[in-house]
Design a protein around this ligand. Structure first.
Ligand code: MLT
Length: 403
């Protein structure tokens, strides 16, 4: 528990009751003002609203210990006692500066809610401003022997399975916000080989390697069928799963992806990247990709997301990157497969996705029988991180309709 801030307030006569004591309702307001003061001095007062969420008081406990009077200066400090996925518990103490007497101690349980009043993840920059570590474990990470691979995978919740497949060059934490909200489903988010904490083992330079890894993982977790949710390269892998293991797919969520293969120019660019990763390592590619991944609004207002993207890219191994670049270069055209998709499908795009245009995303969705398509505003290539609430709502409604 870290002491994060101290704020001082002078007590005025109109803060007091008919008996000249600091009024308890005023004290409650001062506790609240101290909390906002920390946000104003740290990430900004709009720290919640810019993420589309609000803090709502769930429970307040105050112990009044001593009187305070006009002219007294009260110092209020604050500590983060507990951080959950959608809630936090804050402890605040009000102390008179003159004699050090504790005037009151309070505990506040705050829940983050979205526009509809549903619990939503606490934005990372809030706990960071409160002195907590920004990265929270949102699920249980396990090492699972799946085929020839020791796969790191987050498994959360019970129910029918959703398998999340990340894009290039990211890891399972791409789904951390989405995975916290889809209760009633068993959410399975692995690191693909060579990314995050899953080591690179030899691959054959095709997407088939990843598709077979995922089926081995489903086997190891005893999951016969899953809703497959893939982003970008994760979507390419979902198409490969459809070709190789159609009986394992219950439904599809395709985020920021495309069915078309690389054209000649795209293949040449992959070649150059492969050669350079082999020569110089992965940092240059991460630097080159970053400006293309996020919508301008995200880049300007969501430093936690920018930080996470950099962190994910830094975790990719050179061998993992080379294998994925080869596999993407070698991928076949999935366009002819679209009309043959028989499972329910949801397509999500970002209006400001610099890598997958909204028009191409809509065209792909139109080619899939019965598919629903939504293009989210203020989102680039990483919709689950940039628009976590809207993405969660879309996916949750889609999953709800399946049951
Ligand atoms: C991804 O996010 O997986 C990549 O942008 C896909 C690609 O490079 O084609």
């Amino acid at each position: 528990m870290t002491l994060v801030s101290q704020t001082e307030f002078r007590i005025f006569p109109d803060d007091c009751d008919a008996y000249g004591h600091l009024n308890q309702a005023t004290l409650l307001r001062l506790f609240e003002r101290a909390r906002w003061d920390i946000m104003a001095r740290g990430p900004g007062m709009d720290v919640f609203t810019r993420h589309g969420v609000w803090p709502a008081a769930r429970k307040t406990t105050i112990e009044y210990r001593a009187q305070a009077f006009p002219g007294d200066v009260i110092q209020i400090d604050m500590r983060l006692a507990r951080l959950g996925t959608t809630s936090m518990t804050l402890l605040q103490t009000a102390q008179r500066v003159g004699d050090g007497r504790v005037i009151a101690e309070a505990e506040f349980v705050m829940v983050t809610i979205d526009r509809e009043g549903k619990p939503a993840p606490v934005p990372d920059d809030v706990p960071r401003a409160l002195g907590a570590r920004a990265s929270r474990s949102v699920s249980e990470t396990r090492q699972v022997v799946a085929g020839d691979l020791l796969t790191s995978v987050d498994v959360r919740g019970e129910g029918p399975a959703v398998l999340f497949v990340h894009g290039f060059p990211f890891d399972r934490t791409l789904w951390r916000l989405l995975a916290t909200t889809l209760t009633g489903w068993r959410r399975v988010a692995p690191d693909l080989r060579g990314f995050g904490q899953t080591p690179m083992a030899a691959g054959d330079g095709t997407l088939g390697t990843y598709a077979d890894d995922l089926v081995a993982l489903l086997d190891a977790l005893k999951i016969p069928k899953a809703v497959v949710c893939g982003l970008s390269m994760g979507g390419y892998i979902a198409f490969e799963l459809l070709r190789r293991h159609p009986d394992r797919i219950r439904a599809l969520v395709l985020c920021n992806t495309r069915a078309t293969p690389d054209d000649n120019e795209g293949k040449a660019a992959r070649e150059k990247d492969i050669a350079r990763v082999r020569r110089d390592g992965t940092a240059f590619l991460a630097d080159a990709l970053l400006p293309k991944l996020l919508a301008p609004t995200t880049a300007q207002t969501m430093p936690d997301v920018v930080g996470q993207v950099k962190h994910m890219m830094a975790g990719a191994s050179p061998d993992g990157m080379v294998h994925a670049l080869e596999a993407m270069r070698n991928r076949p055209d999935s366009t002819p497969d679209l009309a043959r998709i028989t499972v329910p499908t949801l397509v999500i795009g970002g209006r400001e996705d610099a890598l997958m245009s909204a028009a191409a995303t809509r065209a792909m969705a139109e080619a899939i029988p019965g598919a629903h398509c939504t293009i989210l505003p203020d989102a680039g290539h990483l919709t689950p991180l940039e628009q976590p609430i809207n993405t969660s709502r879309l996916v949750s409604e889609f999953l709800g309709a399946l049951t």
